[in-house]
Design a protein around this ligand. Structure first.
Ligand SMILES: Cc1ncc(COP(=O)(O)O)c(C=O)c1O
Length: 388
């Protein structure tokens, strides 16, 4: 079969390879500690599930408006107003089957072939892969050593071809965050140089040590030139439901909607009702999950930093740590495969996350405390068996 040449641009997901290897080992009867997963280990809260069941029983099984049911779009606008004090019009909201589809639609709607996209890295690989798929040219720029934004590096990467910068805070894979001042600096650069900002804030419900994520929507200057990406997967443990959203100018939302009309049509009808319940229903379930992640985060960071030669900045958000193992590891893919085969611990190789990722691994603490502590102990033993 002769596939379209654009398919050679799009790689398979870098994280799936490790999972497949782990699954094969499990089939052979081996036990694997899964610290590679990028999804909550909690079940979706029951009142959210009940809302979906009720919607199904009431016959909500047809296509909905492509941009999403009005009640959900309106609830998203209210939610943003309550949380960030930002006024959002319902026409500026589009509901999508997962935040990932919102990213896909926004990138396709904005990029011309040859447009450059600045992406502070290490970062979740989807942005870069989709930007390339759309004909764009990703320009990765390094983060600081503590995984904060390096403003100078961003400035240096700006060219006449810069069309967009993609921010992700709290960040996958580092857990690092972008402060209000850093965000403001990027907004000023975007206004001065005339580029767009995509701000993926999907992990903003999971922050620690008193940090609160400032939304891109809070900057008046950014309103016409930005797109907020968000969703229900992480805070509400709803990865399999496939529901997310974007907030942008009406013009961009309409363009994204045209792509959605011609691809997925809409997010699943009853799932949208569940998402509505997630926003309108009790929020203590989110806080309970956040507290448990926080407990695990502290234990994991402490245990990693106790290993000689390992440096692990304390993340302020999401549910990942990204320790620097470069004192031991040159090839993170080979290291992760060996760690899995020898110790039965599955982590994601840092190389997958682009510039600055090599020599690191991503460890997810969306796993039980027992798995985390056992996993780190095995990592410690494995590292000490290696020559530095
Ligand atoms: C930073 C980031 N954005 C978006 C997504 C995708 O979210 P969704 O499940 O809503 O498509 C992920 C999933 O891992 C992520 O890490």
């Amino acid at each position: 079969m002769k596939l379209a040449s654009r398919m050679s641009i799009l790689p398979s997901s870098g994280t799936i390879g490790m999972l497949e290897l782990a699954r094969r080992m499990e089939k052979e009867g081996k036990t694997v500690i899964h610290l590679e997963v990028g999804e909550p280990d909690f079940d979706t809260p029951s009142h959210i599930k009940d809302a979906a069941v009720k919607a199904l029983e009431e016959g909500l099984v047809k296509y909905t408006e492509s941009k999403g049911i009005p009640e959900l779009r309106s609830a998203i606008a209210s939610w943003i107003r309550e949380k960030s004090g930002c006024e959002v019009d319902v026409e500026e909201v589009i509901v999508t089957p997962g935040a990932k589809h919102a990213i896909f639609c926004a990138i396709l709607a904005l990029l011309e072939p040859g447009d450059e996209v600045i992406i502070p890295s290490p970062v979740w690989p989807t942005y870069k892969d989709i930007a390339r798929f759309a004909g764009g040219i990703p320009r990765e720029v390094p983060l600081s050593r503590d995984y904060s934004l390096d403003e100078e590096a961003v400035k240096e990467a700006i060219s006449e071809k810069t069309k967009m910068i993609i921010l992700n805070s709290p960040n996958n894979p580092t857990g690092g965050v972008i402060s209000r001042d850093e965000m403001k600096a990027v907004v000023d650069l975007a206004v001065d140089h005339g580029f767009y900002i995509m701000s993926d804030e999907i992990y903003d419900g999971l922050t620690y040590d008193g940090f609160r994520q400032t939304s891109i929507l809070s900057f008046e200057d950014a309103r016409g030139i930005s797109v907020l990406i968000h969703g229900f997967s992480k805070s509400y443990a709803m990865t399999g439901w496939r529901v997310g959203y974007a907030v942008a100018s009406r013009e961009l939302v309409n363009a994204m909607s045209k792509i959605q009309q011609n691809t997925t049509t809409c997010a699943a009808s009853f799932v949208q009702k569940a998402a509505l319940e997630a926003l309108r229903g009790p929020q203590d379930c989110v806080e309970e999950m956040r507290r448990e992640y926080d407990r695990r985060r502290r234990a994991l960071v402490k245990a990693l930093n106790e290993i000689d030669g390992v440096y692990c900045p304390t993340p302020k958000g999401a549910f990942y740590v990204f320790p620097d193992l470069s004192a031991y590891v040159e090839d993170s893919v080979a290291f992760a495969e060996e760690l899995l085969k020898e110790e039965g611990v599955c982590v994601t190789p840092g190389k997958v996350f682009g510039l600055g990722g090599e020599g690191h691994v991503r460890i997810s603490y969306a796993a039980s405390m027992k798995s985390i502590l056992e996993g780190v102990e095995k990592i410690r033993e494995f590292l000490s068996s290696m020559r530095r």
